[in-house]
Design a protein around this ligand. Structure first.
Ligand code: COA
Length: 383
């Protein structure tokens, strides 16, 4: 071990596993220097423009894009798995008023495991079936949470609608316009996968102990909930609301930076340039805001972007403009993080399958910095 950092840590050690290669994967490539992202080799721009969420789920789980016939069958398969068992709905009715939506989602996924008699099955086919089932059900759980928590009647899934359109329908009770359905569909595609990010890595760690799919997915939900990860989108809109107007933006950001506070939705561990997902979402947020004649949030966000680039050389990440898209879609702020989960379950499932297929326990080591050989004092002699 080199002593280059003065603490006896290995040369090049950085906190937070920065730059550590933690495994191999064929699912996602992030080129942080050049702002490029690929799912299974396809450019994110092509997928976001041309593919439905279902098509991308198929790509992630099967490793290739479906043909027309396969996609129709897959759409039907997922749509048929959306409904929740009655006992899970009852649990949600019990907990919704006492929990945040991410907590309710975590609880519902745990409960779903209880109803699966094959939960310890270790075949690939079974794991894939659970990945599909949970991908279909996450949207239902989140929408049901919203309806129950707001004392509204639950709207059961409509099999004739796409995954994205059905989600908006179950939340609001209205069939969405094509533009709204396309916007949330594209948002799901952009959030579906992102390599060894914190929640996905957590999923892989859980799988590496040969624990079950439901436990792995609850790990993912728990990690995604944090404001430095999936919780950022909600925090972005919270900050925009606190700032209040474009005129007050510059002073707010400068004060925040002086206090070493973070501007949410800005910065990324991997991207050292524009996050390609944020670029696409920025465009959607702009178009949406223009079409609704309400540029307030968008203009403030652009101002923050400009200041953060100038002052800190930091760029917006995926959560920055997605918060404005959700606002324009009339989605409640508290659903921002759960929407991320509704999409990311696809990536989590693909990574779980990959980890199960070529598993070795994930178990890093720590560099111990505490004392050694302390004199042991029996309990009755301790002060
Ligand atoms: N606002 C202000 N400063 C920021 C910042 C932000 N959003 N993100 C990073 N920085 C600054 C840090 O203060 C630090 O500055 P310093 O070197 O002067 O102390 C430097 O940039 C490095 O930040 P650090 O937190 O160590 O980077 P990281 O790689 O560990 O973190 C994030 C990456 C995403 C966690 C971080 O950028 C962040 O907290 N962003 C806001 C939360 C967010 O949007 N999360 C969603 C991610 S998709």
């Amino acid at each position: 071990m080199s002593n280059s950092n003065g603490k006896g840590l290995p040369a090049g050690f950085k906190k937070g596993l920065e730059d550590v290669v933690a495994g191999e994967s064929k699912i996602c490539k992030i080129d942080g220097q050049n702002g490029k992202l690929y799912y299974r080799g396809y450019r994110i721009e092509d997928l976001a423009e041309n593919c439905s969420f279902e098509e991308v789920v198929y790509l992630l789980l099967e490793g290739r894009l479906p043909n027309k016939k396969e996609l129709i069958a897959f759409n039907g398969e997922l749509a048929g798995m959306r409904e929740l068992p009655k006992y899970v709905v009852e649990i949600m009715q019990e907990v919704a008023h006492k929990t945040t939506p991410m907590e309710a989602l975590r609880t519902a996924v745990s409960a779903l495991a209880g109803g699966d008699k094959d939960v310890e099955d270790i075949t690939s086919d079974y794991h894939k079936a659970i990945g599909k089932s949970l991908t279909a059900k996450f949207a239902t759980v989140v929408a049901y949470y919203h309806r129950i928590n707001n004392k509204l009647k639950i709207i059961p899934p409509d099999r004739s609608l796409s995954h994205a359109a059905n989600f908006l329908y179950m939340v609001s009770g209205n069939r969405p316009t094509d533009i709204a359905a396309k916007a949330i569909d594209q948002d799901f595609v952009l959030h579906a996968e992102h390599g060894f990010n914190a929640s996905t890595f957590g999923v892989r760690i859980t799988v590496s102990t040969l624990s079950d799919m439901y436990s792995a997915m609850t790990t993912g939900i728990g990690i995604l909930k944090g404001p430095l990860h999936g919780g950022a989108s909600e925090a972005v809109m919270g900050q925009l609301k606190q700032i209040g107007s474009v005129e007050k933006t510059e002073a707010y950001v400068k004060d925040a930076l002086a206090r070493h506070d973070k501007m949410m939705g800005i910065g990324h561990r991997i991207y050292k340039t524009y996050d390609p997902r944020a670029r696409i979402l920025k465009n959607t947020a702009k178009k949406f805001s223009e079409s609704r004649g309400d540029m307030k949030w968008y203009d403030m966000a652009e101002k923050i972007e400009e200041i953060m680039l100038r002052e800190k050389k930091l760029y917006p990440n995926v959560d920055f403009f997605s918060s404005i898209v959700y606002q324009n879609l009339g989605l409640p702020l508290e659903l921002d993080s759960p929407i991320f989960a509704v999409a990311r379950i696809a990536g989590w499932s693909a990574h779980a399958l990959e980890q199960y297929d070529d598993n070795r326990l994930i178990r890093p080591i720590e560099y111990y910095t505490g004392p050694l050989d302390l004199k042991f004092v029996p309990l009755d002699k301790r002060k």
